[in-house]
Design a protein around this ligand. Structure first.
Ligand SMILES: [Zn+2]
Length: 149
């Protein structure tokens, strides 16, 4: 890791913190050259996970795709970044307990919808509209009716 200030590659760790859900570690570092302090984060990559798409194609698991999908759904909603992180940790925990290396994209989408339903109903309906490919207003109305029941 290069110091953002002087670009020196040597640093010492002065503090390590595990996140609340134990899915990431933040390290506070100090550059041994210029003493500038900065933070780094370690996260689990799930890099061995393969996503099986609806048409049967397979692709490497890409966390950023999930994050982007959720971000779109929660735009202007009172959901913060930490909640997204926690949501993804829960989703991955659930999926990895149900599947081995290959996880159907359908299962990921449904797990995210379940989480959003608990956190923010508006975000849930938005996500569902994209995921379930709503065609018109009646699709929205049906989903909202289901939510109210
Ligand atoms: Zn430095």
């Amino acid at each position: 890791m290069r110091c953002p200030k002087c670009l020196c590659i040597y640093s010492k760790v002065i503090d390590s913190r595990v996140s609340k859900n134990h899915s990431s570690i933040r390290r506070r570092r100090e550059c041994t050259d210029c003493n500038y302090r900065y933070s780094t984060a370690e996260v689990i990559l799930h890099e061995d996970v393969i996503v099986v798409k609806r048409d049967g194609r397979r692709e490497d698991f890409d966390r950023s795709k999930i994050v982007n999908g959720i971000r779109r759904a929660i735009e202007k909603r009172p959901v913060d970044v930490e909640q997204i992180d926690l949501m993804i940790v829960d989703v991955m925990k659930l999926l990895e307990s149900q599947y081995d290396i290959e996880i159907p994209s359908r299962a990921i989408g449904e797990a995210i919808m379940e989480q959003l339903k608990q956190i923010d109903k508006v975000a849930y309906v938005r996500y569902a509209s994209i995921y379930k490919d709503f065609r018109d207003l009646s699709d929205f109305a049906n989903e909202i009716t289901k939510l109210k029941n």
